[in-house]
Ligand binder design. Sequence first.
Ligand code: PLP
Length: 285
Amino acid sequence: MSRIAYVNGRYFAWRDAKVHVEDRGFQFADSVYEVCEVRGGRLIDARRHLERLIRSLDALAIRMPMPAAALGVVLREVVARNRIDYGIVYLQISRGVARRDPAFPADSVTPTVVVTARPLNRARNAALAETGIAVISVPDNRWGRVDIKTTGLLPNVLARQAGLDRGARDAWFIDQDDAVTEGASSNAWIVTADGVLVTRPADHAILRGITRTVVLDVVKAQGLAVEERRFTLDEAYRAREAFATSASQIVMPVVKIDGRVIGDGRPGAVARALRREFHRHAEAG
Ligand code: PLP
């Protein structure tokens, strides 16, 4: 749990950190967020996360409340004040506080900025990556702009919980054509029987994960065959390997989908190698 949180220009003890009851993030999910890995006390790929944050804000016409460099300073300060060596830092910006009305508020309303950070259990994550995780598939019933990283995450919440309720750790969304879009909080990948890596193109139907982008760099640097194309759930069942990517899990092998064993049921060589190599290609700062 974060001990110190940043809210609108000030640092608070976690129990005292509050936003207004009429914050539009709270009322309408009219807000965007980023999650960045912290490793050795340094932010991983902060530049790319902040660039994506700006794209999300622009898409929703929410004003960037301070320059990206200043936000970077706040992120690092929250990490430092919470003494995070390995964990995540969370940044949320909402359109601000106004009387409840779906229409945008006056320009004078300033966006709300919140930053928290918390440690992750490195040994637990490593152990999970050693065994791999199970996921279930669920219909993708989200809106058409999930490339914007908004806090409107109810379908993701319900998907994740459905996975947990069925003894899995996560859920993969499936579109109307039976193609996998992405995980409830990760991007989805497979390795075909011929050894080709496949992940869905970053269109409006998935979030363009920062981890996904860096993994594509690793894949190219290693000369592995990769295709950015749609793949069906059936292809995923028959894949040699499957894995998920996200800032908090990096590369997480998936060894079961809907109870069906993927490959030999153990984390595959490609996923393991990508997980090993990832931080050579990511930016730490
Ligand atoms: N897709 C969804 C829906 C996510 O919520 C996330 C991360 O939270 C990702 C993909 C992976 O994005 P990133 O690699 O930037 O963490």
